[in-house]
Design a protein around this ligand. Sequence first.
Ligand code: SF4
Length: 378
Amino acid sequence: MSEKLNEQLEKVNKHKFQQDLIGWFENEMRDLPWRKDQDPYRIWVSEIMLQQTRVDTVIPFYNRFMGQFPTVEALANAPEEQVLKAWEGLGYYSRARNLHTAVKEVHECYGGKVPKTPEEIASLRGVGPYTAGAILSIAYDIPEPAVDGNVMRVFSRILSIWDDVAKPSSRKVFEEAVRRLIDENNPSYFNQALMELGALICTPTSPSCLLCPVNEHCLAFAEGVQSELPVKTRKKSTKVIDLLTVMVQNQEGQWLVTQRPSEGLLANLWQFPSVERQGHESVSRELEEFLLTDIGVTAEVYDEPWMKQDHVFSHLTWKMSVYYTDKLSVFDDAPILPERVAWKTADEIEGLALPISYRKIWRQHLIDNEKNDEIGEK
Ligand code: SF4
């Protein structure tokens, strides 16, 4: 630990800090479904869902997921398709896949009990240092730090730490700082209180310092520099992909769908046929070529897109343009479709695990269809 950080830590009255922080949490904690008990499986699922996703968004997904997979055994025995379907709408599907793999391992190798040593728990797929610390401290009362972006922000202010939180090496600094201040008698509440403080009071852009239960311990507040912390270098700009999507319906009213590769982004999820824009010719020609050469389907694609939308991932943005084909000119002239390509009815599409961007396209299609039917009836 650097001398500077040591000096900063010595300025904090550890016992009083813990009392103020935990006392506030006991009075103000939000009533969240994963706080009903200390079941490590439930806490694990909630922590995975909460990565990159807001609490309000997670709650209904969590309740539904727990209804379907209430135990390690239930999730371990579920087929992946069903797990991905239950995760649909939360995004970042690799989280669901990793959770599923790790839960199977817990079921097979640990008799269904989530392990409680840092080494064992950190060896599970998708369980990084933050999640390991959260499960160990919240479920098992083991004084391990659980440092994520929220906690780094709060601690950078309380201890006036100017290390760049965007650098992976900075995490160690914050973990060490939390280890020094954590309440060994109540690490569960200590870590949850830090997370709660970051979510409700010590927020990214305008921390409510006057309402803050630990403002008398906060070095950044004392120095008036809280809005300059944490130090965070900008991320590199994200890649932008022009993605063309085409909605093809056959004479039986089924829709053409393709399954994404088993590795990489949104692996194994279903989508409407899509291809990156090459830009050599008109979009409709490009899509017609793609349908013919990649899927073996002949269709006439409309010149104008029916819908446009952007979908932003952490590292790239899809600029999506969605086209219809002329239903009457679609011929299913390739009776055997390639692997991972299928015709599906509207009902079957409802049951497929689609990425959120394609689910939005499908919903919009249904809305437009309903409007057209209403106009037709008038
Ligand atoms: S006093 Fe302000 S900056 Fe310090 S921890 Fe509280 S809210 Fe954050």
